[in-house]
Write a protein that binds this ligand. Structure first.
Ligand code: FDA
Length: 308
């Protein structure tokens, strides 16, 4: 019931100003975001890798309509990749990029700016011996993001994409993307989407997730099973076995701070597990999406706001 209002608030500048006056160290924020500085992200990465996990890092930010901010985001990613290399972490840590943070939403030739910026990040990732995965945002950007992916893959075929099981179109997208060399992160989807494009019922989303997983596991690509849902994790493992996939020919992925014990349990069982680590000052939209997934955290969140 609270999911939709929280997702609407995730785009409110007024509430954003109120909430972001809260320090990142306050309980609810630091549960999901290890910090604002590159050093905090690198430190969190080091700890996760020491525990046998892999990492993908997201420099937080989205819906940028300012060219300078888009360029600053690119610089943050290249700086991060240099820091990961210097610390000897880049073999086990890649980056996740939202195209709307690097120019896609700019009014003038946004898609082209985002593509050029993404190329710079892909080249920096390649120099660091690692990869980039393009996050997927709301449905109005899906075609643009997939077409940018196709362009990027001409020069950087290691680039991965995210697809969202709640969209009606995604099973067909999975078929298109299940080719050799492709890397596809399947998640349920975190935005407020209309009935015309997305399943609204949780059970329907779960059924779609399983159909998409079947396509990806039977295909030639590298499936990345991004979910905290114990049933989806079990089904992912069973489908891998059914398709004769060895451990490491697919991976599980979860968000920083969510089911950390399960992340370690899977890794100890020999599975490849990657943790998505967001960092930076622009944590508001990300935090609101996490609250929308788990409204029971709302009391904790409101308490931290009042006590600030
Ligand atoms: P579901 O929401 O059914 O949750 C299953 C269980 O997980 C819950 O019962 C609870 O135990 C736990 N859980 C889930 N969310 C929690 C939370 N916030 N706090 C505490 N516990 C929680 N989305 C998107 O639209 N575009 C994207 O690019 C990405 N990228 C992405 C990368 C990775 C690596 C992951 C894991 C997820 C994403 N997402 C995403 C988010 C995704 O779409 C989805 O919103 C969340 O993963 C929650 O869905 P679950 O599959 O975990 O199932």
């Amino acid at each position: 019931m609270l999911r939709q209002p929280l997702l609407m608030l995730s785009r409110s500048e007024m509430v954003k100003d109120l909430v972001t006056a809260m320090p990142v160290s306050s309980g609810i924020v630091s549960r999901y975001v290890p910090g604002e500085a590159t050093e905090s992200a690198v430190e969190a990465t080091r700890g996760l890798i020491a525990d046998g996990l892999h990492v993908t890092l997201d420099f937080l930010g989205e819906d940028t309509v300012d060219r300078a901010q888009a360029d600053a985001t690119v610089a943050a990613y290249t700086g991060l990749l240099t820091a990961l290399t210097d610390e000897g972490l880049s073999r086990n840590a890649e980056v996740s990029v939202k195209l709307s943070a690097i120019g896609q939403a700019l009014p003038d030739r946004g898609e082209k700016v985002a593509l050029d910026n993404a190329r710079v990040i892909c080249q920096a990732a390649r120099n660091a011996g690692t990869t980039v995965t393009l996050d997927m945002e709301d449905h109005t950007t899906t075609d643009s993001t997939l077409s940018t992916l196709r362009e990027l893959r001409k020069d950087f075929p290691e680039t991965g994409a995210v697809v969202q099981a709640y969209l009606h179109r995604t099973e067909a997208d999975c078929r298109d993307l299940a080719y050799e060399g492709s890397r596809v992160r399947l998640c349920k989807g975190a935005y407020n989407e209309p009935e015309s494009v997305a399943f609204q019922d949780k059970h329907e989303v779960d059924k779609s997730y399983v159909r998409c997983l079947k396509v990806l596991m039977a295909g030639q690509g590298y499936p990345m099973v991004a979910t905290h849902d114990p049933r989806m994790v079990d089904i992912g493992g069973a489908l891998a076995t059914r398709n004769d996939r060895a451990q490491g020919s697919y991976e599980f992925q979860m968000l920083f701070g969510i089911r950390p014990d399960e992340q370690r349990r899977l890794a100890e069982a020999g599975e490849k597990v990657r943790v998505y680590v967001p960092y930076g000052e622009e944590w508001y939209g990300y935090l609101m999406r996490r609250l929308a997934e788990r409204p029971s955290n709302l009391t904790f969140f409101l308490r931290s706001l009042i006590s600030k």
